[in-house]
Design a binder for this molecule. Sequence first.
Ligand code: GTP
Length: 361
Amino acid sequence: MAGERPAQAVILAGGQGTRLRPLTLARAKPVVPLLNRPFLAFQLALLREHGVTDVILACSYRVDDVRAALGDASQLGVRLRYVVEKEPLGTGGGVRNAADLVAGTVFVFNGDVLTDVDLSAMQRFHAERGSRATIFLTRVTDPRQYGLVELDADSRLARFREKPAATETITTDTVNAGVYLLDAALIRRIPGDRPVSIEREFFPALIADRVPSYGWCAPAYWRDIGSPAAYREAQMDLLEGRARMLLSPAGAWDGGSWRAAGGSVASDARVVPPAVLGARVTLHPRCQVGPAAVIGDGSTIGPDARVEGAVLWERVEVGAGAVLRECVIGADVKIGTHARVGPGIVLESGAVIPERATLAR
Ligand code: GTP
């Protein structure tokens, strides 16, 4: 099986996304908008680029959101099927729940990582080593908040340490990137009747049983979008060219900005690239959008308002003279006239900010 080119993937999309609250109170993490497209569309684009077009989504929480945003994903050139857990089964149990639909060698993705990693190179490594389970490892500056993976001199998996305490010695800066290549037969080892963690239970058991399992380090863009700050920064990375645009924003490209159909832009409104304007966006006179702004469908930016380094979901109303910087604004939020919303602020969908209020951290 090891030499077979994978055509299938399982994406774990059933977590509650607690770190991304309050945004995930309104929408499941796998489909929060990234440059106005559902997040998983970027993973599907990467998989398709590497010939993987049969994808199973392992869901449990807010599955209706996920279906509404992605459907069968045929418009993205892949076939998407859903398996839904009655009770959350954890990262291992979620993969186990998809076992009947997969065969051969299968990619498994955490549904919250943005990466342009070369999946074909990962497959070659997997085949050359005769690996049955390969983990993509990425280097990060502060590994403590991630799952650390130690390898032996041959790149075989040696030890896992989830989020080590501050007092523990850190022996590696390579962390589990949440992208795996697995022999599907191994997936059936996972118990199907209780929650199982792929990181804490499945991989350590493979090491203990001496199943050929490897870590593969590769330079690639990688970011876990699971916190509000990382979610915003991932979009800044895409806009500012630090991450490869696997999928273009909807609409026409115009001098570094994208503008979808409908809406209206006053002749003296300024759009400073890079920026993404969704469908039916209205920009009133003298407002400035960008640099690095994402404006959701149906949003309105009032006269003289400024939006910079910020991500706005759908139907946000920004009052006259308001200033929004480096923040994330949920859907249907109303920002009063001359209000100021500063760096690091995240507003829950439906929030109403009074005129002249200042929100800062
Ligand atoms: P936090 O609550 O913020 O930690 O987020 P999370 O619930 O998404 O958990 P975590 O980031 O550890 O999950 C990693 C990936 O596994 C995400 O893509 C989750 O959607 C997914 N996941 C987590 N738990 C489950 C589960 O019980 N079932 C399924 N199918 N997927 C899960």
